[in-house]
Write a protein that binds this ligand. Structure first.
Ligand code: ADP
Ligand code: MG
Length: 149
């Protein structure tokens, strides 16, 4: 496993850093499953906003807490932004046909992936976000080296 660590000290740089991750994901032809781990307020949604920006989404990113998933359609592929914080039981993911989301070159961004343990596939990229001082520590973990754009 390859781990890379970064320190990002403000929200704007967080979005810009997410955009770099997004560009790297965009360069991958196959579906990518990205887990975003970290406490409430760590910066997972902020990072997701940057990732979505790399695909061409410049607007706001609402937290899909109640709907579990928000769909972003781009010309060449879809990005699904999940927030499983309110998921009661991992089985609910089976009912929503979770497997279908990991196809057609889709990108799945998953906040609170541990709530879907046992049902979710393994991640291609694991992002750990934690508060450190006034900023955030980010760890990127992947089986093969994840080259940032
Ligand atoms: P989460 O989705 O993990 O609950 P959010 O993305 O909603 O967290 O971010 C929570 C807060 O953290 C926001 O107010 C955001 O501005 C702030 N924030 C995000 N990234 C950073 C950073 N690198 N440094 C300082 N504040 C940040
Ligand atoms: Mg969030």
């Amino acid at each position: 496993e390859f781990t890379q660590e970064f320190y990002i000290d403000n929200e704007n740089d967080m979005v810009a850093f997410g955009e770099r991750i997004g560009r790297s994901l965009r360069a991958q032809p196959k579906s990518q499953c990205v887990f975003l781990n970290g406490d409430l307020g760590a910066g997972k949604t902020t990072l997701s906003r940057g990732i979505l920006r790399a695909f061409g989404h410049t607007g706001a990113v609402k937290s899909p807490t109640y709907t579990l998933v928000e769909i972003y359609e781009f010309a060449e592929r879809r990005v699904y932004h999940f927030d499983l914080y309110r998921l009661g039981d991992p089985e609910e993911l089976e009912y929503m046909g979770i497997r279908d989301y990991f196809s057609d070159g889709s990108i799945c961004l998953m906040e609170w992936p541990e709530r879907g343990k046992g049902i979710l596939p393994e991640s291609d990229l694991l992002i750990d976000v934690s508060v450190q001082g006034a900023g955030r520590k980010i760890q990127l973990k992947a089986k093969t080296n994840f080259a940032l754009a």
